[in-house]
Design a binder for this molecule. Structure first.
Ligand SMILES: *Cc1c(COP(=O)(O)O)cnc(C)c1O
Length: 427
C-alpha cells in the first residue's frame, strides 16, 4: 500500500504500521474478509483461549450479556428521548432506553444515570462541557498517581480549552494530600475537582476531600472501580460526598464498551445529560444497552460475591508476588483494597513486553513515587478477568511464579508461555 497511515506517529509505531501494511496485499472484498477473519481468529485464540489476561482495563462479558449483544441493533440509529425520536419505529428500543439507565442508577444508589456516552472519555468531556467554560481551571490527579488521559490537557480537557493543574498528592497515603489541599485550592481556584484513577489500590478519602473543596463540584471517575462500586464494595462515591460519578462500562463492571454519568442532583443531571445529548452525541449505539442492562441486573443479583473474589484474588496475588521477590505497592496496608495490584519493576514497558512473550498480558503504569517525567516504573494488574474465568489461589500462585521466572530469574519467555497456555486451557 502506498500511503502511510500515520506519518506523524512515533518511529516505533510507524515501523509497526509499515510492517502490517506490507502484508495487506489483497484489498478485494474477499481478500479483506479473509484478512479480517484471520485477525479475529488469531486475536480470539490469543486472548480468549490461550492467554492469561491480567490487564486491568478489560473484562469478559457474561454469557447472558453476550447473548443479547446484537451488532445489527448497533447499526440502527436512535436519536432523542423515547416518545420523541427523530426516527419512527424505534418503540421496542424504548424498552432498553428506559431499562438500562433505571438499572444502572439503582445499582449505583444514584437518582440519575446517563448511559448514552460511547466511552468514559466522552462522559468526562460531557462533564467538562456542562460545568466549565474554556479558560477555566480543573484540578486532577497527576499521571504518576493514575490520573487518566481524559483528565489531562492532552485529552478531553484540552478539547474544552481548560487549564489543568495536578492536585497535591501524598504518595504514602495513595491519596490527595489533604494537608496541602486548602492552600492549593485557594491558589488555583479550580471550577471542578476530579478524583478516581487508572490505578486505585485504596479508596480515596472522599468525605475529607469533599469537605475541603466545599462548593466546587467533585467528580469521581470510577472507570476501573465501577464493578466494585456497583457491588457495594471499595467505596460509595456519591454517598461519601462526590457530586458526580463517571465510569467505563467494560472494565471491572464487565459490560459492553460505553460510558456512564451518575448523580443524585436533578439540576446537575439535566445539565450533564444535555451535554451528552444533544451536545456530544446525536445518534447513539442502542445495541450496547441490552448487554448493559443484563450486566447491571447480574451485578445486583450477585450481591457482591464476584467483587469479593476479585479483591481476595488481588490480595493473594500481591502477597505471592512479594514472596517471589517483587516490590509490590501498598505492602504496609495489605497491598490493595481493590482488584488492582501494582508492582514496581523499574522499567514497566520492558517488563510488560517480556510477559506478553510469555502469554501474560497486562500494562505498565506510573507509580506515585516515581520522578516527574520518569518512564512508567510499574506493572498494573487487574484480577477481574481471571476471577471470572474461575482462577483462585492455586492458579494465582502459578502465575506469580511464571512472572518471577520471566522477570526475576531470566527464564526464556517462550518456554514459560507453554506453561501459561497449559494453565489457561486447564480451566
Ligand atoms: C480507562 C479510563 C477512562 C477511559 O475510558 P474509555 O471508556 O476507554 O474512554 C477514563 N478514566 C479512567 C480513570 C480510566 O481508567
Amino acid at each position: 500500500m502506498s500511503k502511510e497511515v500515520a506519518p506523524w506517529a512515533s518511529p516505533i509505531a510507524r515501523s509497526r504500521i509499515a510492517e502490517v501494511a506490507a502484508g495487506l496485499t489483497d484489498l478485494s472484498p474477499e481478500g479483506v474478509s479473509e484478512t479480517v477473519r484471520g485477525a479475529l481468529r488469531d486475536h480470539a485464540r490469543k486472548f480468549d483461549a490461550e492467554g492469561i489476561v491480567l490487564y486491568a482495563g478489560t473484562n469478559l462479558m457474561s454469557p447472558a450479556a453476550r447473548e443479547v449483544a446484537d451488532s445489527l441493533v448497533s447499526s440502527r440509529p436512535s436519536m432523542g428521548w423515547p416518545g420523541e425520536k427523530y426516527q419512527s419505529g424505534l418503540d421496542h428500543l424504548d424498552t432498553l432506553e428506559v431499562l438500562a439507565p433505571t438499572l444502572v442508577a439503582r445499582l449505583l444508589g444514584a437518582r440519575f444515570a446517563e448511559v448514552r456516552s460511547h466511552s468514559a472519555t466522552m462522559a468526562n468531556l460531557a462533564v467538562y462541557t456542562a460545568l466549565t467554560e474554556p479558560g477555566d481551571t480543573i484540578a486532577v490527579l497527576p499521571e504518576r498517581a493514575g490520573g487518566h488521559t481524559s483528565h489531562h490537557a492532552v485529552g478531553a480537557p484540552g478539547i474544552r480549552g481548560l487549564r489543568v493543574v495536578d492536585l497535591p498528592y501524598d504518595a504514602d497515603a495513595f491519596d490527595v494530600d489533604l494537608d496541602a489541599l486548602p492552600e492549593f485550592l485557594e491558589r488555583e481556584q479550580p471550577r471542578l475537582v476530579v478524583i478516581g484513577a487508572s490505578l486505585l489500590l485504596f479508596p480515596h478519602n472522599i468525605a475529607a476531600i469533599a469537605e475541603l473543596v466545599e462548593d466546587t463540584p467533585l467528580l469521581y471517575d470510577a472507570s476501573h472501580m465501577a464493578g466494585l462500586v456497583a457491588a457495594g464494595r471499595f467505596q460509595r462515591p456519591l454517598a461519601e460526598g462526590a457530586d458526580i460519578l463517571t465510569f467505563s462500562t467494560y472494565k471491572s463492571f464487565g459490560g459492553p464498551p460505553g460510558g456512564v454519568i451518575a448523580t443524585d442532583d436533578a439540576a446537575l443531571a439535566e445539565r450533564l445529560s444535555t451535554a451528552v445529548f444533544p451536545g456530544l452525541t446525536a445518534n447513539y449505539d442502542a445495541g450496547r444497552l441490552a448487554p448493559l442492562a443484563v450486566t447491571a441486573a447480574e451485578i445486583m443479583a450477585d450481591e457482591g460475591a464476584y467483587a469479593d473474589r476479585c479483591i481476595a484474588n488481588a490480595r493473594i496475588l500481591a502477597a505471592v508476588l512479594r514472596e517471589e521477590g517483587f516490590t509490590v505497592a501498598g505492602a504496609a496496608r495489605g497491598f490493595t483494597d481493590s482488584h488492582h495490584v501494582a508492582v514496581d519493576v523499574g522499567d514497566g514497558r520492558a517488563a510488560m513486553d517480556r510477559l506478553a512473550d510469555a502469554g501474560i498480558y497486562l500494562s505498565a503504569i506510573g507509580l506515585p513515587w516515581q520522578a516527574p517525567g520518569e518512564p512508567d516504573r510499574g506493572l498494573r494488574i487487574g484480577t477481574q478477568e481471571v476471577t471470572r474465568r474461575g482462577f483462585g489461589e492455586d492458579e494465582l500462585r502459578r502465575i506469580a511464579a511464571m512472572m518471577a521466572d520471566v522477570l526475576l530469574r531470566d527464564a526464556d519467555p517462550a518456554t514459560v508461555r507453554k506453561a501459561a497456555v497449559r494453565l489457561r486451557t486447564s480451566l
